[in-house]
Design a protein around this ligand. Sequence first.
Ligand code: COA
Ligand code: AMP
Length: 634
Amino acid sequence: MSYAEKYQFSIENREDFWAEQAAHIEWFEAPKQILSTDEKGFYRWFKGGKLNTAYLALDHHIACGRGEQTALIYDSPVTKTVKKYSYLALKEEVAKLAGGLLQLGVQQGDTVVIYMPMIPQAAMAMLACARIGAVHSVVFGGFAPHELAVRIDDAKPKVIISASCGIEFEKVLPYKPLLDEAMDTATHKPDYCIVFQREQNHATLQVGRDIDYATLVDQAPEAPCTPVDATDPLYILYTSGTTGKPKGIVRDNGGHAVAMHYSMRNIYNVEPGDVYWAASDVGWVVGHSYIVYAPLIYGCTTILFEGKPIRTPDAGTFWRVIAAHQVKCFFTAPTAFRAIKKEDPDATFLAQYDISSLKAIFLAGERCDPPTLEWLQQITQLPVLDHWWQTETGWGIVGNMSGLEQFPVKPGSATKPVCGFELKILNEAGDELPPNQDGYVCIKLPMPPGCLPTLWNDDERFQSSYLSTFDGYYLTGDGGFIDDEGYVFIMGRIDDVINVAGHRLSTGAMEEIIASHPAIAECAVVGIADELRGQRPVGFVVLKDGQNIDEASLEQQTVGLIRDQIGAVAFYRNTILVKRLPKTRSGKILRKIMRQIADGESFSVPSTIDDPAILGEIEQRLHERHVGNLNAAL
Ligand code: COA
Ligand code: AMP
């Protein structure tokens, strides 16, 4: 069957299509209903089914006689380590950690926060929770204590699992002080904190609360897999919304397992036993889906890479890993390749490695700029396949389904909707737009398995953020269009979310922090174009009357605030003083125009603007500060 036929079938016969896919995974009890709605009116997949995600990811393969196959390769250029775990070995480690969690009183349905660097124990911790039906919430290691505390207060974990340090290039970053600060600030107090001690830094443990990971695992018995309902939560992953309060995306067990399994064959075109590598971080959705769950559920070998595309030790690292471990399918964010391209534009490192095992490169996490795509195609002569998705969906919404039918690539487009996703471009009024017209990218309900059923403890926000704008549709938050050949072009967010080096951040959250500065009356943070990171935030601030703090001091202080409260990953570097912010007469800040001015894009001045003269001042100030690309605008 062609892609078109499969796709059509998946939309017109959703239940038959997903019943067929669900049959590919091992259930303890088969689902009683393929698609249903719950008491809140939200769609649910595979109700009545019982399974265990860690069983599917580990024990199932052992039962099928593939226990000796390598499940996970830890490749860490920053510690000069390569370590391989077979399915058997990984299962043993996971089952013992799960046993340790049970001893600490963690029960099915309890939450566990995981705050860890890119070490195998991070994946083990996730799988150990899944094994006993506990709900994990991984917090990206680059987040500052404040962000961690916010997540602790929302998830209310019984236990936190962490490590003594992370390693960023050559810097050893102790985690324990960050963790202690977060636990001091958070209102909710977890019972225990399990700490994996790394040799690069030894954390001081607080007697009674902190537990040494190795000691716990050594003495713990292996825990069996707890059967859970398909609709039970597997994890919560917090992601940036438009305010300072992150959204707790819920992922269920059944829909997720089916979607993960389906995507490996049909999007990524791999087979069990193949080596699959997603160079991301377990703190992001790509890490959840494509470092840990999907490759293991599908029986591949996954790679957990603790390094960066460059300077660990050089811009050839990716090629080395691909050659050394015979990677067949590679997935990363465009930023990573922009960094490599900058350091090694002629791909001299690539020539040193045999990457003939590699069949395709997948990109996602941010818009893929055509020059990076074309450079990558040219140096590798491989299919370079952009695909678009988000934390909420957990897997690709639009992509080149290379396991079904690989379409010619159009730079700037993530290709076509993935089976199960009924994509529509709507205008303000909710009418479907014809081809080539820009609008709100929406998914007609129900979304396929794997997508969020709701937000953690916040059904109302789920409804208001995603389902209320257009009746019967999920609002993705992205703008874009579909061309007359059905190719989807995602052009960027229509809300206050930005993407900095593939990291999803909220400008609204940054504004809340900057506005807390005592000298600041109001501010606007916008994401401007950045050659390496895709976007970076810049703040425009207006001082309170009578305040005369100089711009340099203000910048230093606000940069410090963002670094302390969100983290260095926000890459917030510039605060620009202006007399007023551009606003409509009704008081709405015109952030989009500010971004367009900074990016040197043409723009039209809205008739509702309060004072058009302010735009000239913004332009002038950016020019004086050498921020943004003003060439076209000036
Ligand atoms: N833990 C702690 N700090 C982190 C961190 C982490 N996991 N990740 C980044 N940071 C810090 C960096 O150390 C840096 O701190 P500094 O200001 O003190 O130097 C800051 O956050 C900014 O980091 P970044 O924007 O990543 O810049 P960089 O120069 O360190 O690295 C790249 C640039 C392009 C190499 C890097 O951004 C990268 O590898 N990007 C790919 C990202 C990716 O794969 N995303 C996955 C989404 S699918
Ligand atoms: P995250 O939830 O961190 O995965 O970020 C999701 C957001 O990143 C999306 O809503 C898009 O704005 C952006 N994004 C992810 N992948 C792509 C892509 N392939 N093309 C364009 N934007 C993308």
